[in-house]
Design a protein around this ligand. Structure first.
Ligand code: OAD
Ligand code: ZN
Length: 250
């Protein structure tokens, strides 16, 4: 048996004996769907880093530039289809008493794969929120016409309905995630570089609560040393092996 097969088996056993699993996903789970990640070579957009554009300051300084970036991201995601990793998690939701699926992604691919209960920590790319009246519009237009887009109700500038650096994630959302980690029997962390808070600390919270943590990520991450099972493979290849029976690694 290869080392990966052994780890997959261990991870499967943990998951099979659990009634409540918490899953945290990041951009890596969507990369096999062709959605660019943030960090790493293909993750860059015209030499800007997300930290330079995904802030309220950047938006108010140059709303058009920030919207151009989101327009580019909407275009990059518009034809993306969920991959076997997303589908495996959707299937897990059906086969498990309790699955808490938390994503930092704003691409909507978990929902498209059939996951019905998704906690979107960083918002959603397909929603535009008015900066004045707060109205939220679902909008799938690509590319968007006029940038920045205007609110259909009051005419003010709209912004992406996402969480930017320097903005707070709703406390009730954080509370529910912490509660789920406390109650679960195992946590999976998939395709996230583990450098953006508060998501980055969720694995540590789980370890402090003595929960086994499984990480699936192509590259090294800062907290991997603390986790119980670390699988350095593509999530689209590993996740289907974890949750479906009768499958072996080729
Ligand atoms: P990153 O782009 O920082 O990290 C993606 C991780 O996925 C990297 O560690 C890759 O090695 C790994 N990866 C890539 N392809 C993979 C695959 N097929 N299978 C498994 N792993 C793979 O993305 P996030 O950690 O999600 O926030 O980024 C966190 C936040 O930073 C984002 O939500 C966004 C960004 O700035 C905001 O915009 C607020
Ligand atoms: Zn408005």
């Amino acid at each position: 048996m290869t080392e990966t097969e052994e780890k997959v088996n261990q991870a499967r056993e943990l998951i099979e004996s659990a009634s409540h699993v918490v899953v945290l996903t990041g951009a890596g789970i969507s990369s096999e769907s062709g959605v660019p990640t943030f960090r790493g070579q293909e993750g860059l957009w015209q030499n800007f880093r997300p930290e330079e554009l995904a802030t309220p300051e950047a938006f108010w300084k140059d709303p058009k530039l920030v919207w151009e970036w989101y327009d580019w991201r909407r275009n990059a995601v518009k034809d993306a289809k969920p991959n076997p990793g997303h589908y495996a998690l959707a299937e897990l939701e059906n086969n498990l008493e309790n699955l808490t699926l938390i994503t930092q992604n704003i691409d909507g691919l978990h929902q498209m794969a059939g996951s019905s209960n998704v906690t979107e920590m960083h918002g959603n790319l397909w929603q535009i929120r008015c900066t004045k009246c707060g109205d939220i519009e679902q909008n799938f237009e690509v590319p968007l016409g006029e940038l920045p887009p205007r609110c259909k109700k009051c005419g003010e500038i709209g912004r992406p309905n996402v969480v930017w650096f320097g903005e707070m994630i709703e406390m009730s959302l954080i509370d529910s995630v912490l509660k789920a980690i406390e109650e679960c029997q195992v946590m999976l962390i998939i395709g996230t570089s583990g450098v953006v808070e508060p998501a980055a600390s969720m694995g540590l919270v789980a370890k402090q609560a003595n929960k086994p943590v499984i990480e699936i990520n192509l590259d090294e991450t800062p907290s991997a040393g603390l986790y119980d099972i670390v699988i350095r493979e593509k999530s689209g290849e590993i996740l289907p092996l974890l949750f479906t029976s009768n499958r072996t690694l080729s």
